[in-house]
Each structure stands twice: as structure tokens, then as C-alpha cells.
Design a binder for this molecule. Structure first.
Ligand SMILES: C[S@@+](CC[C@H](N)C(=O)[O-])C[C@H]1O[C@@H](n2cnc3c(N)ncnc32)[C@H](O)[C@@H]1O
Length: 227
């Protein structure tokens, strides 16, 4: 899809709050962004130049504090990961973790994922896109802020290579049903399951998720493939 056809939603999927930016996160951010960060620029990235090699690339959208991103990257050293997160303290945590664990296959963009996917990620370039526990915006009047909307779903699908996967996980049932309906309407995507998918072993179960399960909360995985 030509970038000019993708209009940015007037309402963003996040609100940047002045959260706590701990000294350790700030230090990691200052020290490591020059090496592991990619600045937002409205120009397509050359992944081979960004990662210093030719390898499949996965986009992790909303990487949060980075536990899952770091784990998946450590378990898949042959794949490169582009983590996209607006919350700088979270990026600081991810960077600190990458440095401490010597994980070399992650680069980070601190910017709105809608704009990064639209402007920087070339069409047909990704082996997979992970959107794990996107902000649920549970109040009905806030549903319009949810990231997974028809426009973003079409944009994300266009960035996948043929055979690439779009994997979404959420612990909000009504968001899960909404995502299922939205992704099912994208012509170039096919659901890999009948409805929701079993949790793929490649998605590590988080502490928060284990606690949720004990409390009887559900988690819904959706795995679609680009035809
Ligand atoms: C509920 S957290 C989940 C974090 C992580 N994926 C996990 O499973 O722990 C959602 C994250 O998405 C980020 N986020 C929301 N909208 C975003 C956007 N448009 N671009 C980049 N990050 C976004 C938020 O800042 C937040 O860190």
C-alpha cells in the first residue's frame, strides 16, 4: 500500500504520561540508544544496514518494559527484532536488559508504531509482527484509541512478507473479538486457526499472564498469515 494512502488516525493509541524514568533506565537510554536505537525518520529502513546482516526481521509493537522482547530475541538469535515503543522508560528497561544479557539482535525505535510501520518499514519486508497485550482502552468511549483498527490492520498486513505472521495477544475478551473481526476482513490475511489460536510456544507466558490465569482471566491469541 503506498504510504500516502494510509492516513494517520486522528487519535493515538497511547497517552504519554510523565511516568517515572528511573536513573538506571535513563542511564541505559543515554548510553545505549546511540548503538541500539534507530531514530524515527520518514524514510524506509534498510534492515541489512540496521542489523548488520541479512536475516528475517520481526516487529515487536509496544514492547513495554521489554521482558518478552528480550526473551524471544535471546531464544531466536538467527532473527532480528525491531522493537517499537513510545514509552522511553520502558525502552530504557529493554536496553538495560539487552546489554546485561548480551542480546545483539534487537534495535529500538522510540516512536508511534503507526508512523514507524507506515514510514520506515518497507512493504513486504517482515517475517512477523507481534502485538502482545496492546493497551485495552476498556471504556467504550475510548475504543477508538485501540491500536488494532481496520486501517492499522491493513497497513501491518502490507508490511508482512508472503507467509509472514501477524500475532496479537490480549487478555480483554471484547478486544480479542474486535481484533478477530478486524483481521478477518483484511483480504491478504488468512487465519491460521478456527477463530482464536492456542498460545504459540514462541510467545513466552508472562508473570502477569500466569497470575491472571490463576485468577481465572483468559488470554486470547490471534495468528494470521499473509497469503
Ligand atoms: C499494555 S503494554 C504491553 C507491553 C508488552 N507488549 C507486554 O506484553 O508486556 C502496551 C504498550 O504499548 C505501547 N504503545 C501503545 N500504543 C503505541 C504506539 N502507537 N506505538 C508504540 N507503542 C505503543 C504502550 O506505551 C505500552 O508500553
Amino acid at each position: 500500500m503506498p504510504p500516502s494512502l494510509v492516513t494517520h488516525p486522528p487519535i493515538r493509541s497511547y497517552v504519554l504520561r510523565q511516568g517515572r524514568f528511573s536513573p538506571a533506565q535513563q542511564r541505559a537510554y543515554a548510553d545505549l540508544m546511540p548503538r541500539l536505537g534507530v531514530a524515527y525518520r520518514p524514510a524506509p529502513l534498510d534492515f541489512a544496514a540496521v542489523f548488520g546482516r541479512e536475516a528475517p526481521v520481526v516487529a515487536e509493537i509496544g514492547s513495554g518494559m521489554g521482558e518478552t522482547t528480550a526473551r524471544i530475541a535471546a531464544e531466536n538469535p538467527g532473527t532480528d527484532y525491531l522493537a517499537i515503543e513510545v514509552h522511553a522508560p520502558g525502552v530504557g528497561s529493554l536496553l538495560k536488559r539487552l546489554d546485561a544479557e548480551g542480546i545483539a539482535n534487537v534495535r529500538v525505535v522510540t516512536h508511534d508504531a503507526v508512523e514507524v510501520m507506515r514510514d520506515m518499514v518497507p512493504e513486504g519486508s517482515l517475517a512477523a509482527i507481534h502485538v502482545f497485550f496492546p493497551d485495552p482502552w476498556p471504556k467504550k468511549r475510548h475504543h477508538k484509541r485501540r491500536l488494532l483498527q481496520p486501517g492499522f490492520a491493513a497497513l501491518a498486513a502490507s508490511r508482512l512478507a508472503p507467509g509472514g505472521h501477524l500475532h496479537v495477544a490480549t487478555d480483554w475478551q471484547d478486544y480479542a473479538e474486535h481484533v478477530l473481526a478486524v483481521l478477518s476482513e483484511v483480504p491478504i490475511l488468512r487465519n491460521t486457526a478456527e477463530g482464536f489460536a492456542p498460545r504459540p510456544p514462541a510467545r513466552p507466558e508472562t508473570k502477569f499472564e500466569r497470575r491472571g490465569r490463576r485468577l481465572g482471566h483468559g488470554v486470547w491469541d490471534l495468528v494470521f498469515v499473509r497469503g
